[in-house]
Design a protein around this ligand. Structure first.
Ligand code: SF4
Length: 201
């Protein structure tokens, strides 16, 4: 039995969804490779540049934290970081909170390059833009729920989403409340990458 057996799709919608998600992951893989190749980067080097650009907290920019983020070993991240440093795209500085760690930030050259590569998902963005507001809402609700379940199963390691946040209360279906902002959230206000996220759930 496999989600990749087309015969199974006739009677099992779960397998069909898994196979469909695999197609979407293929889109990411192809778009990432195409863009990375054009700029003589590896996909993970490209992902690290984008991650460093948008995650300002010192804790998130440590090798160990980035290894957790991308579900890779510290050695793999460390190797990629070294290459990015050699290319003059990132620079390291001492970690103010931990003398054994370093933090990494983009150089001017790194910032310029990241600005060129960070929109590699444009074809996917365009396709999603054609969905109706209701389709988007239903899709977002289903994807957030799936990510939460995978996080609880230990498949996805770090998430800064509302459902795993200390400030969140609700049923993850109809009612959602953020105690930090002290307001109810509608589905499209739920966050997948919230800078204010606090672990504790
Ligand atoms: S702080 Fe951010 S992640 Fe936490 S519940 Fe509020 S909006 Fe969601």
């Amino acid at each position: 039995m496999s989600a990749f057996d087309p015969e199974r799709h006739i009677t099992n919608v779960d397998y069909k969804i898994v196979a469909a998600l695999e197609k979407i992951s293929e889109v990411f893989r192809v778009l990432l490779w195409t863009e990375a190749k054009e700029h003589k980067l590896s996909p993970i080097q490209m992902q690290l540049l984008i991650f460093i650009k948008y995650h300002n907290s010192d804790k998130q920019r440590r090798i160990a934290a980035m290894a957790r983020e991308f579900n890779l070993t510290k050695a793999t991240i460390s190797d990629s970081i070294k290459v990015l440093e050699q290319k003059g795209l990132i620079q390291r500085s001492d970690d103010a909170l931990d003398s054994r760690s370093f933090n990494f930030s983009l150089t001017d050259q790194g910032m310029k390059l990241t600005g060129m590569i960070e929109n590699f998902t444009l074809p996917l963005d365009g396709a999603i833009a054609t969905l109706s507001p209701l389709q988007k809402e239903q899709f977002l609700a289903a994807v957030l729920d799936l990510i939460y379940r995978l996080n609880q199963n230990g498949i996805i390691s770090t998430q800064r989403m509302c459902y795993t946040c200390f400030y969140y209360s609700g049923d993850r279906q109809q009612t959602h409340y953020c105690h930090l902002m002290q307001k109810a959230l509608v589905i499209d206000e739920l966050r997948i990458e919230c800078p204010e996220h606090k672990t504790g759930k």
